[in-house]
Design a protein around this ligand. Structure first.
Ligand SMILES: [Zn+2]
Length: 72
């Protein structure tokens, strides 16, 4: 997983498809769990100890919709 920060706020992540940096605005103290361009393969983070798993979609310049799963 390529994540440059895990403390929420304005966070830069790398698109899993093209590795371009994408800026995502997360709630403060959010913890990124994983990234995917295939949200239908949604991991069950709740079963892995995440207390309040959420997700947000961000369009990447390569045309993919990157889904960021985070716990907040
Ligand atoms: Zn991309």
């Amino acid at each position: 997983m390529e994540v440059t920060a895990e403390e929420g706020g304005i966070t830069t992540v790398a698109c899993p498809e093209c590795h371009t940096d994408i800026t995502v605005s997360l709630p403060r103290d959010a913890e990124i769990l994983s990234l995917t361009v295939a949200p239908e393969e949604r991991p069950d983070h709740g079963a892995n100890g995440a207390s309040r798993p959420r997700d947000i979609e961000i369009p990447c310049s390569c045309g993919e919709q990157v889904t960021v799963f985070f716990d907040w």
